[in-house]
Structure formats: C-alpha cells, structure tokens
Design a protein around this ligand. Structure first.
Ligand SMILES: *Cc1c(COP(=O)(O)O)cnc(C)c1O
Length: 469
C-alpha cells in the first residue's frame, strides 16, 4: 500500500513516511493509491473481535511496512484496559427507537480525539526508535487536541511535546487536565494572548525551516494520515454492533469541524462497509453544510468564525475536506490543484455540477444546529432517555433526527463527554454535569506550566533549550 498526494506531486510513499509528515511536499494531503475492499464475508468474520483485534485487522490493510505482530502489539497498547474507561473501548448506548450513541469519549481526555491520538502515540514511538531519531511536536490548542496529544505522547521515548495554550482562557477542567501532567517530555506553555496568537507563534517557528530542522519540529494536526486511518476502525465497530447480518445498512451522524472524523466514515464506506447515510452536522459555523446544500465551498476568515458553545467545531476552513474533493472529482489531482488555486484567488469554488452525487453516490447529507438547538436537544434527550450528552454530540443528535429513516439504525458519534462543558450543560439543564469518578481528584493535583509573553523569541528560546535532540 503506497500513498499519493491529492495534488499529484509526490512520489508514492509507504505508511511510515507519510505518518511523520504533515502536508505533502506539493501542499496536498496524503491518501492511499486505492481503498482496500472488505467483502461481506470478511466483515462477518470480524463480528466476535474485540476493539483492538478489529483495529489490527482494519489498520493492517493500510500499514504494510510494520510487521503485523508489531502492529497488533502497538494497537493493543493504544486501546488497552486502563487507557479507555469502558471495557468495550467504544460502547454503543441506545437513545431511542433506532438511534444510538457511538461512545468515542471514554479515553483519558474524554473526547474522540483520544481514539486516533492513542494509536499515533504508539506508532510514533515505534517509528522514531526504528529510525533512531527524535521528534519535537509543537502545537497550539484551545483545549481538546492539545490535551489528547499530551496524553498520547506522555512518557513516550524519542518524542517531546511543546503545547501552547492561551493563558487564562481555558476552563478550569481543561487546565487541570493538561497542566497536571508531570512527565518530563511534556511542556505546557501558557501564552499571554488568545488562541490565534498561540497559533501564529507555532506557524512562525515551524515556518522557520532552519529552526525546524535544527530542533526536529513536527506536528500531530488533524490532517495527519495516521489519525484519519485510526478513526476508520470505529465505523466498522459501530456497524458490527448495530447489525446482525450481512448487507444491513447503518447511517452515521457526525458533529463536524475540520472534516476529519466524517472523512474516516467516507473511507469506511468506500471500503465497502454498508453505510447508508453520512449525516454531517455543523454548528453556526456552517461552511460544510453550505457546501453539501449548494455545492459551493467558501471558507471564512477568523473574524467571520463565531465562538459557539460547541467550540471544537468552530472552524472557518475544513483542513481535511480536500481529501473528499479528490475522490469527488474522480481523483483528478490537476483539478484539485486548480480548485485550491481558485480558493486563494477567488475565495471559493463551485462544484454544484456534482450535487446529484453527494447523496446518491457518497451518502452525504448535512444540517445545522444553533445554540438554542443545542440547549433544547441536551434538555430533551435527558428528559426522554436519561442520557446526558455534550454540546457537540447534541448538534449531531439534532441533525440526525432530521435524516433518520425507518428500519435503518442511526449511530450518532459521541465526540465528547458532558463533563468537559459544564457551563453549557448547566445552561441547558440547570445542573452541572457529573465528573467521571476516576477524574474526581484532577483539579486538586499540582500543575506544571510555563507562563510566557506573546513573544515568538521567548517560545523559541524555550524550545531550543528543551528540545530532544
Ligand atoms: C475535534 C472535535 C470535533 C470535530 O471533528 P472534526 O474531525 O474536526 O470534524 C467535534 N467534536 C469534538 C468534541 C471535537 O473535539
């Protein structure tokens, strides 16, 4: 299995090479040359597998440069009991009629990003040791991604993490989660500024190619292929849990931002998994819903991006969307290149000619959810089922209800637990959400964080001094 770029300018590379890279050298994103097909027979033979066993099978189709026994060990370490709080790793929780939650938030940071990051942590450590090299991950976070990366890479050999966060602007729970890590390879840098300024510092440092090479800087952002492929597994898992026989169809509803999570659903469907609909839910930042409604993709500026109560979906451009467009235009890399060139000159592109295929060929439908929808959905779901859902999951539950069909199970991807978003839960229900028992002590733990000015040079000095070389 080799990987190519959506813009056609990369020599085919094996998995381990694309794993450690961000963007392809031509500015595109890595994808496999073709999607491996899973027959109905093979799928049926996977029914009894545990989550790590299933992950070994699915990931094995994409990873042929790591021996399968090694891959199995890495995957079992990633999804070990004790890492995830549920014995199933990903529990399916019935809500009502044919609608259920696919529980992706049982990991250490209570959000679905743990599903991919835990795998990434294991393969990074393996691959860096094999190459006898080191990597210093630098990133900016306003909450979810940074903490998932830290929990996945803490204590791992050959890799250090420098995570910038906006000083005083994260919730007490998020601060406690990140800053209580005492591992020597985890560096929390709280910058006196907002998230965008943290991001600008990261861009400045990783854009300085000499510094990047000297300090062996890397990233684990949402375009990383290792993350996308790890997420494909839980679509198979969900299908196997929601059906009892071959060929039955299941729909999935996905709270979306960067198009990473639902892209993995598109890939599972392209591998032959009987997925009927992929229901894309956005919040008020509806760039993607607009595309699936009109065929026009028009990213927005930071100023046009609303700060909402489902903050992990507050995006202005969907960084993984290019991978879907590549498939949509028949894997024509020249066309993709032209479309992204048009984005930078005109600010949009128009694929409305493909509109009839969005649902008929790819299963995509979309909808929007607002703050009022979120509050109402959280309240009504609790009253009707006794299940408390987080604001992101609520966006998907709301939109799923608009697309559910008789006889077709609808799995809503639960992308976070309510404990992370106390304020909105309180606004919706009048009560704070329960904190999972195993995290009760978190807020009383000692915290370890470097406070810095909004100053590239201060951060540069710190990284230079502490980078693993
Ligand atoms: C990251 C995130 C999302 C959005 O996922 P994408 O892969 O960016 O589409 C949704 N919900 C939560 C809780 C998240 O952390």
């Amino acid at each position: 299995m080799k990987y190519i770029s959506t813009r056609g300018g990369m020599m085919p590379l094996p998995f381990s090479d694309v794993l450690l890279e961000g963007l392809a050298p031509d500015g595109g994103l890595a994808l496999p040359e073709s999607f491996p097909q899973v027959s109905a027979e093979t799928l049926e033979s996977w029914r009894q597998l545990s989550y790590p066993e299933l992950a070994t099978q699915v990931l094995g189709l994409y990873v042929d440069d790591i021996p399968s026994e090694t891959l199995s060990k890495l995957v079992h370490a990633a999804y070990a009991p004790g890492v995830f709080n549920d014995a199933q790793v990903v529990p399916v929780k019935p809500l009502y009629e044919q609608t259920s939650l696919l529980g992706l938030s049982e990991g250490p940071t209570l959000a679905f990003k743990d599903m991919a990051m835990q795998f990434l942590g294991q393969v990074f450590e393996y691959e860096l040791a094999r190459r006898n090299t080191t990597l210093n991950i630098i990133g900016a976070t306003s909450g979810d991604t940074g903490s998932a990366a830290e929990y996945a890479l803490r204590g791992k050999k050959g890799v250090a993490v420098f995570m910038l966060s906006p000083y005083g602007r994260m919730s007490a729970f998020q601060r406690a989660q990140m800053y209580s890590l005492q591992d020597q390879n985890i560096h929390n840098l709280a910058v006196k500024g907002v998230f965008d300024q943290c991001q600008d510092i990261v861009k400045a440092l990783s854009g300085d190619l000499a510094f990047k090479a000297d300090c062996r800087l890397g990233a684990v952002n949402s375009i990383n292929w290792g993350r996308i492929v790890a997420q494909v597994v839980y679509y198979f898992w969900g299908w196997l849990r929601a059906t009892s026989q071959a060929g039955q169809q299941v729909s999935f509803a996905v709270p979306s931002g960067n198009f990473g999570n639902i892209l993995s659903g598109h890939i599972a469907r392209s591998m032959g998994l009987p997925i009927r609909r992929l229901v894309l839910a956005t919040n008020e930042n509806n760039v993607l819903e607009e595309f699936f409604r009109t065929g026009i993709y028009r990213p927005r500026s930071a100023e046009q991006t609303h700060a909402t109560s489902s903050p992990s979906m507050d995006i202005s451009r969907a960084s993984n969307f290019e991978r879907f467009v590549f498939d949509l235009v028949g894997r024509d890399a020249e066309r993709v290149k032209a479309l992204w060139a048009q984005l930078s000159t005109d600010g949009y592109f128009d694929l409305s000619a493909y509109k009839p295929q969005f649902e008929a060929q790819y299963g995509f439908v979309a909808g929007v959810s607002s703050h009022a929808d979120r509050l109402r959905t959280i309240r009504e779901t609790l009253a009707r089922t006794g299940v408390l859902i987080d604001p992101h999951t609520a966006d998907a539950v709301k939109v799923a209800a608009e697309h559910v069909e008789p006889g077709i199970p609808m799995l809503v991807l639960e992308t976070a637990l309510p404990a992370k978003f106390g304020e909105t839960i309180q606004e919706a229900t009048g009560q704070l959400p329960p904190v999972p028992e195993h995290l009760g002590e978190l807020q009383s733990l000692e915290q370890r964080v470097q406070v810095m000015d909004n100053d590239v040079e201060q951060v540069r000095e710190y990284v230079r001094k502490h980078a693993l070389l």
